[in-house]
Design a protein around this ligand. Structure first.
Ligand code: FMN
Length: 176
């Protein structure tokens, strides 16, 4: 059976340090992963072994062929406050955001793990943007336990610990 294509969109927050684990778990679950990092996520990826997983950065030029097959599913792990709001507002001025907006518009199954501290999550855009994404069919997972019923911000100083405890099966099982 042909593997299905999974786009893993990675934003600039501590949980980006678990991308290599996500790639391995995805492969073990029958996915062909493509990592699509934001510019801010790149420092977290620098020392990770992603094997031969394609990492798609920047925007292709008009004469370049498409760099990925169409996605069967998308995982946004982690999703920053910035990307959450831009995506919900329909901003598509980077490759990751264009990818996310297109996934939403084409009803591609998508899970997203918001990862932001209380100060950012206290901004009214946090709840509004999460509501937009949920309404559009995105499965939103709490980074602490994978719950879909509520999404708690990450307490200051616990980002590393929450990232270590994160289980990729929480996201991949939702896309199975
Ligand atoms: C060490 C560090 C940790 C950060 N942690 C978070 C975080 O947990 N959540 C968040 O929304 N932004 C966090 N940021 C800020 C984002 O990286 C920043 O808003 C960036 O513009 C997000 O861009 P992106 O959405 O394109 O990835 C962090 C930045 C740094 C340098």
């Amino acid at each position: 059976m042909t593997n299905r294509t999974l786009y893993i969109v990675v934003c600039g927050a501590p949980l980006a340090s678990r991308t290599a684990d996500g790639v391995k778990a995805a492969r073990a679950n029958g996915w062909d992963p493509y990592v699509i990092p934001t510019e801010a996520a790149l420092p977290w990826l620098a020392d990770q072994d992603l094997g031969d997983t394609p990492v798609i950065t920047g925007t292709r030029t008009p004469d370049q062929p498409k760099r990925t097959p169409p996605a069967d599913a998308v995982a946004v792990v982690p999703m920053t406050f910035n990307t959450l709001n831009a995506w919900a507002n329909g901003s598509a001025n980077t490759y990751p955001l264009t990818t996310l907006c297109a996934a939403l518009g084409s009803h591609t199954p998508t899970v997203a793990v918001p990862f932001a501290k209380h100060d950012l999550a206290g901004h009214p855009a946090w709840l509004a943007s999460l509501a937009v994404l949920r309404y559009a069919g995105v499965t939103i997972l709490d980074p602490h336990d994978g719950s879909t019923s509520s999404t708690e911000p990450v307490a200051s100083g616990t980002g590393t610990q929450v990232s270590s405890s994160f289980e990729w099966s929480w996201a991949l099982d939702r896309l199975a």
